[in-house]
Write a protein that binds this ligand. Structure first.
Ligand code: PEP
Ligand code: MG
Length: 324
């Protein structure tokens, strides 16, 4: 399949109307890294660090993690890699750190909530990230931030850890950016200072959508019941785009929907300029973006919404069919 898109692999994704969309890949295993070259990804927009913790029976050691992170940066050859800190709980449980049984694990003790309650675990990973990045830029992203204070606390840990590393005489990263995932609806209404302070945001659409529609992403009966292209959800996403534009906060979208070509062009039409996806999606998404006029598409989406449709999908599909 990658063969089909070889001719556009090294082309930037510029729409027919001239908008430049950055396409990066999601990764989590060392084995994913060769895809940076073969897919034409501009970097790693989401590196899921939990995989190094999941495939074993004991907590990994700091030196081991630092070595792994350093390899990831080596393989990226200077392209930006966004490391998401440990995102466990809910569907991802560590054998050696099993939480008490929870009635609703997706709404439970997970991700940054664990990190903030188990500071030693978080600090160890931050130290490994800082050591792995020595001399190079480092981008850290905290998962599942629901309110401003969680970001402020987590970011404080990065600063404390940097100060410790400096005192120990370790080489520091060339620069450190600290961002957050927006994957709970509450964060979209965080106070303005959150949008001012956070250095970048990435929408975790898999979680955000499950909470927006109250539909479990793991439950086959309901997970496809609500459309990503519904007017309600797109309006919500567009509100977030607007807040980020006003505060000058770099914004990307890294859930699975970013890798679906129709969804991807609609996300671009409401203002997303950075999408992160599995490597095999980059070709198909880029191919459709190159042929899309976002102004026209947007007009189609708005017309559907003004006509009282629940989803813009049928109108978008008709429009795309009429073009070919
Ligand atoms: C998401 O929630 O969209 C996301 C990218 O994170 P994960 O799928 O790992 O929860
Ligand atoms: Mg998530």
């Amino acid at each position: 399949a990658q063969e089909r898109y070889r001719s556009i692999r090294d082309k930037p994704a510029v729409t027919r109307c001239g908008a430049r969309i950055a396409l990066t890949m999601n990764a989590g295993l060392m084995a994913d890294l060769p895809s940076l070259e073969s897919s034409g990804a501009e970097g790693v927009g989401l590196f899921r660090t939990e995989l190094q913790y999941l495939a074993r029976n004991t907590m990994p050691r700091r030196t081991e993690l630092a070595r792994a992170y350093s390899h990831v940066l080596d393989a990226a050859l200077g392209r930006r890699v966004v490391f998401r800190t440990l995102d466990i709980g809910s569907d991802k449980v560590l054998a050696y750190m099993k939480p008490a049984d929870e009635p609703n694990p997706a709404l439970g003790w997970r991700a940054i909530r664990i990190g903030l309650d188990k500071r030693g675990v978080m600090r160890m990973q931050l130290q490994a990230l800082i050591r792995g990045a020595r001399g190079r830029p480092l981008a850290i992203m905290f998962p599942f931030i629901s309110q401003y204070e969680e970001y402020r606390d987590a970011r404080g840990e990065v600063e404390k850890t940097l100060a410790i590393e400096r005192r120990l005489g370790h080489a520091l990263p060339a620069s450190v950016e600290v961002g957050a995932m927006l994957e709970t609806p509450s964060l979209a209404w965080a106070p303005e200072r959150f949008f001012q302070e956070v250095e970048f945001l990435s929408i975790g659409g898999n979680d955000l959508k499950q909470f927006f529609f109250a539909a479990d992403r793991e439950n086959e009966r309901v997970r496809r019941r609500y459309d990503t292209l519904s007017v309600a959800y797109l309006d919500f996403l567009e509100m977030i785009v607007g807040r980020c534009l006003r505060s000058n906060t770099p914004l990307s979208f890294c859930g699975e929907d970013a890798g679906r070509p129709i969804e991807a062009i609609c996300l671009a039409a409401i203002g997303f300029r950075a999408l992160s996806m599995r490597p095999s999606s980059i070709g198909p998404v880029k191919s459709l973006l190159l042929r899309t006029d976002l102004g026209e598409l947007r007009a189609v989406m708005e017309a559907a919404r003004d006509a009282g449709e629940t989803s813009v999908r049928p109108a978008v599909m008709d429009y795309l069919r009429a073009q070919h």
